[in-house]
Write a protein that binds this ligand. Structure first.
Ligand code: CUA
Length: 333
């Protein structure tokens, strides 16, 4: 798993609607139900939804009917004196009260279920940063830029952010929570069937917010074992391979294309030795030192035509990692 994932595209909302219309297990309002929590959450949604639809039709119907049936038919027609009705008042107070209590109890139950991870959950740490996600499996000693999980297993996500407020959202699982710096937040899921599901950031976190996509891949227990084993026997990465891994993990690809196209930041292929015009005049010849400076302190020399939006990586990368990243960038043709 992991190798054959589709590139994130920017039309995820459309995809969700399309998915629903195409009937890929979803409905018009909801994406497919891919976790054990999803049916319960949808039940509450549809209870509120249908209650609202029925009340809307009844109330609007009654309003229109009464307005027509009891309209003033002549200039000197007077309003008939009306008396209060205790039973009617009791009904319109008690029926909505009971309905509210039912909705509250159902909602509270689902909320508690979704907030409290089962004790036997497998732990995964979710790390958010501008602008990517990555996942650590503390008990297995492995890391991944895609969340891989075995089917039918309770997975507890303990999440934090390295910079600003992000929000972790998997629509197919119906789970969503803010991911904040200096504090851990938690979610959990159990996905019964193998499959791939989109992860979104749903809190505006800067220029790259819309590209902050990731994927959950639920795999069969056999594929899970193979994946864990291949990850564990991989050995430490070095050189260009380490650079490429960091490039993915740090989310560089969200803003920098490697095929010459323009994203939030300039493309990174075929850079070495090139003379780049700089914002505010002047130019720089791209070499190892310029690449290093642009990673550590990106705002120092901005390529003409781009905004200084990249976060500085000073203090976030070791010397070895920085060199590997530069080697990877140099390898891009
Ligand atoms: Cu991270 Cu939006």
């Amino acid at each position: 798993p992991g190798e054959d994932l589709a590139q994130p595209d920017e039309f995820m909302t459309l995809l969700l609607v399309g998915q629903a219309l195409a009937g890929k297990g979803g409905t018009f309002w909801m994406p497919p139900q891919a976790s054990t929590l999803a049916p319960d959450i949808d039940d509450v949604f549809y209870l509120v939804y249908w209650t609202t639809v029925i009340l809307f039709v009844l109330l609007m119907g009654a309003t229109i009917y009464l307005a027509i049936a009891y309209r003033q038919k002549s200039e000197n027609q007077r309003t008939h004196p009306t008396k209060g009705s205790h039973s009617l008042e009791l009904a319109w107070a008690s029926v909505p009260t009971v309905m509210s209590i039912v909705i509250f109890v159902m909602g509270l139950n689902v909320y508690i279920d979704s907030s409290v991870p089962p004790a036997d959950s497998m732990d995964v740490r979710v790390v958010a940063q501008k602008w990517s996600w990555f996942y650590q499996y503390p008990d297995l000693g492995i890391e991944s830029d895609t969340l891989i999980a075995p089917a039918g297993t309770n997975v507890r996500l303990t999440m934090y952010s390295k910079d600003v407020l992000h929000s972790f959202f998997v629509p197919d699982f119906r789970i969503k929570h803010d991911v904040v710096p200096n504090r851990y937040t938690a979610l959990w899921f159990n996905a019964p069937e193998p499959g791939k599901h989109r992860v979104y950031c749903t809190e505006f976190c800067g220029d790259g917010h819309s590209v902050m996509l990731s994927e959950v891949e639920v795999v069969s227990p056999e594929r899970w074992d193979r994946w864990v084993e291949s990850k564990q026997t991989q050995g430490p990465l070095t050189g260009v391979a380490l650079g490429e891994d960091l490039f993915t993990k740090k989310g560089c690809g969200g803003c920098h294309a490697t095929n010459g196209s323009r994203l939030v930041g300039p493309p990174l292929n075929d850079l070495m030795g090139r003379d780049e015009a700089l914002e505010g005049g002047g130019s720089v010849t791209v070499d190892d030192n310029y690449l290093r400076e642009s990673i550590m302190s990106p705002a120092t020399k901005i390529v003409a035509g781009y905004a200084p939006t990249m976060p500085p990586f000073a203090g976030q990368l070791s010397d070895d990692e920085t060199a590997a990243l530069i080697d990877y960038i140099k390898s891009l043709k």
